[in-house]
Design a protein around this ligand. Structure first.
Ligand code: C2E
Ligand code: MG
Ligand code: MG
Length: 737
């Protein structure tokens, strides 16, 4: 063998080993160098793995191959190298190891194999040199080959380390991928900060949650400036606590951030601080945590909170909020010996808007109204919608004068026309006011008082405000008593009718009768219609009662007719509730049919106020009644504000001049002028007139002079029970004879 080459080889080899990089490259390099320098035919550098020879690099006749296959170690001469852990040299090797086919394939005659050992002395690789002629390596050559073997061994170990690392990296990568997939699927962001570093590791998901750029350097400052300003202090406090080793190091906090897109989001951050502890102190060194977006949950919580505390339509606070605000206001008022006002506000005839224009328009009106109310009030005031068209206003620190001022402003604001869906609307409201401490000391009492005052305002003609008075309290208690008693009045037969004659002015002949309702209650005594009819109207008990009145009066008219009295008109008073009831025309026709009274003998008395409220609607109803042949008269005429244009369209037959004008007609020239004007007006419209409440001959004379057609009053007769009225009819009949 050529010693110099071997030495050169050793040097080159050592040089090449200093190179780092892919071990396979180094094996290829080594095999090539050995082959070229020693001029051998084949160099085969194989790793031993699980009883196999793994050909890492093979040099054959100047060509180099890597990862050239495997073969079983046991059948090859390399097995003897492994066993002896030393150089083995064979001639006629193909014959010696007939099963190792590669020897034959390469026509190998001489074999020299040397081992590579690892740290534990285990053979990890064998490099063999094959030739078709015998080798003549000296002992020194052999020891150099041994050294080369050792170097290859080191490289094998490096290869193992690299492989191990790669495997570990693969596992790490897989785990990281899994973690990333899991966190991104669940939307959880992760952060990790070692306190000695300024920058914070933040996962892609966290960056997405906060809107941070994917390559942006995230620091504590980045995080703090993302926090919603109002939550900043709280979060910093929580971090400070977590850095205290005595407080467990945990953070669990819900807070808001401002995403880079400007949107406010709710996050929950849960984190754990790690401490470094020596005998003396513990230091926070690292914090690791997870962050998730809870905006949706918070929004639904906010929605629930909103629904529980606010009116969804107008967005005004509801009764719960009112309670809360009231408690605060009253405690302040008590402490300061101050006052407060509670107002009950109810729209007048809001039902008409809903009925005629639809609920969605009604809703828009309420929304607009709520805005107006809120704008008018001070920040410390509360306006609450109780439902429907009812509102409660709480005005802390307001006295009677202030409340009156606010109430008037409210009425004015509400009365300003509304333009909704191209419709011009006007609204009015009635307001009841209760004051602390005079009218109550708790919300319930004050509400009741304000409600009572509001009802009074409504009764007094609406679009008013009224302060609560103790007299109202008595009144409302009385009303309650009446309603309860009135519920059973029909059933217990406490109701009956009186009839008051209506006579022709020129000859005092009875031409009709007005049916007037009477109520005799066993303990309440005789209750006047002026008192109980408004109560019946409010409770809608007037519907069954009114039907009974109509039926009884019609039956009576028919009875008198049957008794042979000359036909006369039966006048029946109709309340607004009855008048607006959609079934009214059918009801009356049915009752007339049942009793067999021709429709022209029935006259319905409508007060001027009822006819004039929503006159278009009134005209439509009157038309329907008129078509059925039923007469109508306008009762208490002169007290309402009739529009002449409407009056012309009303299908009424008669105007009943209100008794308040008749009363002083003789002494008061104004009243005389009014009565005269009404009579002339009626004449020009082709209507009859009847004067109510005629008590004196003087009044009668004057009315006759003015050309009034009929009269009704104590002068002729008080309202009478049936029998007395029958007697009067008989007398009247006689006077005709
Ligand atoms: P109204 O329809 O204007 O009835 C006339 C009222 O004047 C009656 O009072 C009658 O008794 C009273 N009156 C008649 N002549 C005189 C007089 O010369 N001097 C004085 N001072 N008063 C006279 P009443 O019966 O107390 O009824 C009061 C009101 O109650 C009625 O006024 C009417 O609006 C209402 N009302 C009575 N019955 C019914 C009914 O069945 N249904 C409805 N909805 N309302 C009714
Ligand atoms: Mg009447
Ligand atoms: Mg009247």
């Amino acid at each position: 063998m050529h010693n110099p080459q071997i030495h050169k080889l050793k040097q080159l080899f050592e040089l090449s080993l200093t190179l780092s990089g892919d071990p396979i490259e180094i094996f290829r390099h080594a095999a090539k160098m050995i082959g070229e320098m020693l001029e051998v035919k084949v160099v085969c550098l194989s790793e031993i793995q699980g009883g196999q020879l793994n050909f890492l690099a093979v040099y054959i006749d100047g060509e180099i191959y890597s990862n050239a296959g495997v073969c079983s170690l046991a059948i090859t001469p390399c097995a003897t190298v492994e066993q002896s852990r030393d150089i083995r040299v064979y001639d006629r090797v193909a014959e010696l190891f007939p099963e190792a086919t590669f020897l034959k394939d390469h026509n190998a005659f001489a074999y020299c194999g040397f081992p590579s050992l690892d740290n534990q002395g285990k053979v990890v690789a064998v490099t063999c040199l094959l030739d078709d002629k015998p080798h003549d390596f000296t002992l020194e050559d052999q020891s150099i080959l041994r050294i080369i073997g050792q170097r290859i061994g080191m490289e094998i170990e490096r290869k193992h380390n690299i492989e191990e690392n790669e495997r570990a990296n693969d596992i790490l990568r897989i785990n990281e991928d899994r973690l990333h997939q899991a966190t991104s699927a669940s939307g959880i962001g992760v952060f990790d900060q070692t306190y000695c570093n300024k920058s914070i590791y933040s996962s892609p998901e966290l960056r997405k949650l906060c809107g941070w750029g994917s390559n942006e350097r995230v620091t504590f400052k980045t995080f703090i400036s993302s926090l919603y300003p109002k939550d900043r202090k709280r979060v910093i406090e929580a971090i400070r606590h977590a850095q205290n080793p005595y407080e467990g190091g945990l953070i669990d906090i819900e807070h808001r951030i401002i995403h880079r897109d400007g949107e406010v989001r709710w996050l929950v951050t849960r984190a754990q601080t790690f401490f470094e502890t020596n005998e003396l102190i513990s230091n926070a060194i690292r914090i690791v945590g997870a962050v998730s977006d809870i905006t949706e949950r918070k929004r639904s919580e906010e929605d629930i909170h909103f629904l529980a505390n606010f009116d969804p339509l107008t967005r005004l606070p509801n009764r719960i909020q009112l309670n809360y605000h009231f408690k605060y206001a009253i405690s302040l008022a008590k402490r300061n010996k101050g006052q407060l006002a509670l107002m009950f506000l109810d729209l007048d005839h809001f039902k008409d808007i809903n009925d005629s224009l639809g609920h969605s328009l009604g809703d828009s009106v309420l929304i607009e109204l709520a805005k107006r109310l809120s704008l008018l009030l001070r920040a410390e005031d509360t306006v609450t919608r109780l439902g429907g068209d009812e509102f409660i206003l709480l005005l802390p620190g307001v006295d009677q004068l202030g409340a009156a001022h606010v109430a008037q402003k409210l009425l004015d604001t509400i009365a300003t026309p509304y333009l909704i869906d191209h419709q011009n609307l006007t609204l009015t409201a009635s307001i009841g006011i209760a004051l602390y401490p005079e009218d109550g000391e708790d919300l319930e009492t004050l509400s009741k008082s304000a409600d009572t005052a509001m009802y009074r305002a409504k009764r007094e003609g609406r679009q008013y405000y009224r302060f609560f008075t103790p007299e109202m309290q008595k009144q409302s208690e009385r009303n309650l008593q009446l309603v309860n008693a009135l519920r059973h009045a029909l059933e217990y037969e406490q109701l009956y009718l009186h009839y008051q004659p209506q006579v022709a002015i020129h000859n005092s002949q009875i031409i009709g009768a007005e049916a007037l309702l009477r109520w005799q209650h066993p303990t309440l005594g005789m209750v006047l219609p002026e008192e109980f009819i408004p109560v019946a109207e409010e409770s809608r008990l007037i519907l069954p009662i009114g039907e009974w009145v109509l039926k009884t009066a019609i039956r009576q008219a028919k009875a008198w007719m049957n008794e042979g009295f000359p036909p006369m008109i039966m006048a029946v008073n109709l309340s607004a509730v009855q008048f607006r009831h959609p079934d009214l025309p059918e009801l009356i026709t049915r009752l007339l049919d049942e009793e067999g009274l021709p429709p022209e003998y029935l006259e319905l008395e409508l007060t001027e106020g009822v006819a004039m409220h929503n006159p278009k609607n009134a005209i439509a109803i009157m038309e329907k009644l008129h078509e059925r042949g039923i007469r109508m008269s306008i009762d208490d005429f002169g007290t309402g504000y009739s529009s002449l244009s409407y009056l012309k369209k009303f299908k009424s037959y008669k105007l009943k001049i209100d008794q308040s004008f008749v009363r002083d007609i003789v002494t008061d020239p104004d009243d005389k002028a009014i009565v005269s004007a009404i009579i002339n007006l009626a004449k020009s419209l082709g209507l009859q007139t009847i004067a109510e409440g005629v008590e004196t001959v003087e009044q009668l004379m004057l009315l006759r002079e003015q050309g009034c057609n009929e009269m009704q009053g104590y002068l002729f007769s008080k309202p009478l029970p049936v029998e007395q009225f029958s007697a009067l009819l008989k007398e009247n009949l006689k006077s005709l004879d």
